[in-house]
Design a protein around this ligand. Structure first.
Ligand code: ATP
Length: 327
């Protein structure tokens, strides 16, 4: 082990994601395993600014592996975006004699970690915890698999009622900037179309797709709309389609925050456990200002700014498959 690290702190920040607890547990237990002192910071960067910090023990993280949310609580901290806020955060960091910071969150949280690390030369290590899966440097982020399963389960239920009444359903899923949940749950839920922030589909393209289904007596139609779709919200799109295809009985369901909750899937628990251990081992091996991820089943460390700035692309092959199967 190369780095002289004795005390580390961990926080969860930004949007919560199922599996964050499993990641905190892995950070705490692996720290104890390597004889480090480990501290939990409550409410994200706000907790660092306000000194809401306490030492965690191996049993502080009992019975959290299966729980959604984050027992450390999360926050969006406007104060941390200011120099003054980060100065307060650094004061508390030093006051607690901390040597390194583990940040579990999404791209915003990592941008904050990067700025803090540059300003104060603090070793930071990011663990990707967001349902959006929009971070480069890892095949999957913690929470994404659970969110996709939740969306699929909801789509299955909607399909039952859609088939009984020959309805057209628009189901809005989360994804302001990225359509990963939309594509994945769309394929597994058998959607007729997926409307993503990344794509430039027009209403006419969608109308053509729906007409094709109607001409071959498709019994139920489910269109998945990612939150950030350029055509508008699921309600906007449904209204536009209604003006052109009045024979459809159209309904809209917005899945919203239920996609963030629930017990993490096995995949998310295993990913979170792997990444938590790899974060602590990375810090001990001198890694700093990196995000830990899993690519092709291997643990990799990617500079945080690269993970944030590189745009992770939707898998074109998955989209191609979805198109073939939607006939
Ligand atoms: P999700 O992907 O689930 O939304 P996130 O980590 O991207 O999660 P954000 O709200 O974007 O969530 O960011 C979380 C917090 O990170 C912000 O509230 C802020 O405290 C900090 N942060 C974001 N950008 C910056 C920045 N440029 N400088 C300093 N801090 C930042």
């Amino acid at each position: 082990m190369k780095a002289n690290i004795k005390k580390i702190a961990v926080l969860t920040s930004g949007g919560d994601a199922p599996g964050m607890n499993a990641a905190v547990r892995a950070v705490v237990r692996s720290s104890v395993y390597y004889n480090l002192d480990v501290y939990g910071i409550y409410k994200g960067y706000d907790g660092l600014i306000n000194g809401d910090i306490e030492q965690l023990q191996v049993r502080s993280v009992s019975n959290i592996l299966s729980r959604g949310g984050t027992f450390l609580l999360s926050a969006r901290s406007d104060e941390f975006r200011t120099k003054e806020g980060r100065a307060k955060a650094y004061k508390n960091f030093k006051a607690n004699d901390l040597d390194a910071l583990v940040v579990i969150g999404g791209d915003g949280s990592f941008t904050g970690a990067d700025v803090f690390s540059q300003e104060y030369d603090v070793p930071v290590l990011g663990i990707p915890g967001t349902i959006d899966n929009d971070l480069a440097g890892t095949d999957f982020t913690i929470g994404y698999d659970t969110a996709c399963n939740t969306a699929t389960e909801a789509i299955d239920k909607i399909r039952d009622t859609a088939s009984s009444h020959e309805r057209l359903f628009f189901v809005e899923v989360m994804g302001r900037d990225a359509g990963f949940i939309a594509v994945n749950s769309g394929i597994s839920g058998g959607a007729v179309a997926m409307l993503l922030p990344e794509h430039n589909w027009g209403i006419d393209d969608l109308i053509r797709r729906l007409q094709r289904g109607a001409s071959s007596e498709k019994a139920s139609n489910i269109v998945i709309v990612a939150e950030g779709c350029k055509l508008g919200s699921a309600y906007d799109i449904a209204a536009k389609v209604k003006t052109q295809l009045d024979y459809f009985d159209i309904r809209v369901t917005v899945l919203g925050h239920l996609q963030r909750g629930g017990s993490p899937t096995t995949s998310d628990r295993v990913l979170a456990s792997r990444l938590g251990v790899a974060a602590v081992e990375g810090l001990l091996n001198g890694q700093s200002n990196v995000m830990v991820g899993v690519v092709n089943s291997n643990v990799v460390y990617t500079p945080i700014n690269e993970a944030v700035k590189t745009i992770k692309k939707i898998d074109a092959e998955e989209f191609r498959i979805a198109k073939i199967l939607s006939i």
